[in-house]
Ligand binder design. Structure first.
Ligand SMILES: [Cu+2]
Length: 337
C-alpha cells in the first residue's frame, strides 16, 4: 500500500515539476507547499493590484510638483527686465519727445535699449540713468525763466548714476557713444556691458564727489526700479536765456533735459512679482488597481520525505488532509474576492 502511495506521490511530484519546474521549493512538507502557495495568492498578486493603484496616485502628485516648478521665483532668478516710458520736458524748444527705455539684467550682462522719437534732429543726445525720485514739472522752474534746466531738475530726478553712452562698464567713458538722432528726430540706442565690470566701477570710490555723477555704496545693488532715464539736448542754435544753468562745463543746450521716464520693473524679481504659477492638476486619483489574481492554488507539495523511508503513513494522510483544507481555503478566498 505504501509503495503504491509513494509511487503515486512521485508521479504527482513529476507532474508538478513539469508544471512549475520547481518541486524543490516545496519539498519541506506538504504543509509548507500549500502554505507558500496561499501566501503568494494572498500577498503578491493582491498587493500588485493595490500597488498599481498607488503608483497612479503618485502620478497625480506629480501634477502638483509641475505647478511648483513653473512659479515665478524660478523665472525671476535668471533675467530681470525694466522699462521706462519717456515723456517730454521743455517741449517749447525740444518738441514732444517720446520714447521707451528697456533694461535687461541677466546673470552676466546689463543691456540698455532706448528708442526715442520726435527729438531734435541731427544732434547728439546725452542720456543717463539718474538716481532720483520723480520727473520734474513746471513747478521746478525755480527761477521762473520758462525752462527746467539740468540743475533745477536734479532735486527731482537726482544726480547721474549711469551715463548711457558707448561703454556702460565705466562712468568715465565720456561723451563718445551717445546716440545721434536722425533727420526725423529718431534713434535707437543699444549697449551691453558685463554686469560685474559695471558694478565694480559703480561701487568704486568717487574720485570727484563734487560733480553731478555719483557712485553706488560699496555693497549697494543697482536696484533700477524707481530710478529715472533722462534724455538731454537741443540744437546749439537754440536761443536759451543766460539763466538756464548747465553742468560739467557743457553748453546749456547740450544738457537741457528733453525727456524723462521712471524705471519700472517688467519681469523677474526676488520672486515677489513673479507669477505664482499654476497649482498644477491634482492628477487622477488613479485606478484602485485590480484586486489581483487569486493566485494559484499552489503546489500540492511533497507528501513527506523520501529519505525517511519510514512508514509514517500518518504524515502523508495528514498532508492530504492539509492539502484539501488549504484548497478549500483558497476557494473560499476566491469567492470572497
Ligand atoms: Cu542726465
Amino acid at each position: 500500500m505504501d509503495v503504491i502511495k509513494k509511487l503515486l506521490n512521485s508521479l504527482l511530484c513529476l507532474g508538478v515539476i513539469f508544471l512549475f519546474a520547481s518541486c524543490d521549493q516545496n519539498d519541506d512538507t506538504s504543509d509548507g507547499g500549500n502554505t507558500n502557495a496561499v501566501v503568494e495568492a494572498e500577498g503578491e498578486s493582491g498587493e500588485d493590484g493595490n500597488t498599481n493603484g498607488e503608483e497612479t496616485n503618485e502620478d497625480g502628485t506629480n501634477g502638483e510638483s509641475n505647478g511648483e516648478d513653473n512659479n515665478g521665483e524660478d523665472n525671476g532668478v535668471e533675467t530681470q527686465t525694466f522699462k521706462a516710458t519717456l515723456t517730454p520736458l521743455n517741449s517749447d524748444v525740444a518738441g514732444e519727445v517720446e520714447g521707451e527705455a528697456t533694461f535687461i539684467i541677466d546673470e552676466s550682462d546689463f543691456t540698455a535699449e532706448i528708442q526715442v522719437d520726435n527729438a531734435p534732429a541731427d544732434i547728439v543726445h546725452v542720456q543717463h540713468i539718474h538716481t532720483g525720485e520723480s520727473c520734474p514739472t513746471e513747478a521746478d522752474d525755480t527761477n521762473g525763466d520758462g525752462f527746467i534746466d539740468v540743475v533745477e531738475g536734479v532735486p527731482q530726478y537726482g544726480p547721474i548714476l549711469v551715463p548711457l553712452d558707448g561703454d556702460l562698464s565705466s562712468q568715465e567713458a565720456g561723451s563718445d557713444g551717445f546716440p545721434t538722432a536722425d533727420q526725423a528726430g529718431s534713434y535707437f540706442y543699444s549697449q551691453t556691458a558685463n554686469l560685474e565690470e559695471m558694478l565694480n566701477d559703480l561701487r568704486a570710490e568717487d574720485t570727484n564727489p563734487d560733480d553731478p555723477i555719483v557712485k553706488l555704496g560699496e555693497d549697494e545693488d543697482l536696484n533700477l526700479e524707481g530710478k529715472h532715464v533722462i534724455i538731454h539736448g537741443v540744437p546749439e542754435s537754440t536761443e536759451l536765456p543766460d539763466s538756464v544753468a548747465s553742468v560739467l562745463d557743457l553748453p546749456a543746450t547740450t544738457t537741457l533735459p528733453i525727456a524723462c521716464g521712471i524705471i519700472e520693473r517688467e519681469t523677474g524679481d526676488n520672486g515677489d512679482n513673479g507669477d505664482n504659477g499654476d497649482n498644477g492638476d491634482n492628477g487622477d486619483n488613479g485606478d484602485n488597481g485590480d484586486n489581483g489574481d487569486n493566485g494559484d492554488n499552489g503546489d500540492n507539495g511533497d507528501n513527506g520525505d523520501d529519505e525517511s523511508g519510514d512508514d509514517e503513513s500518518g504524515d502523508d494522510e495528514s498532508g492530504d488532509d492539509q492539502q484539501q483544507q488549504d484548497q478549500r481555503q483558497n476557494q473560499q478566498q476566491s469567492q470572497d474576492q
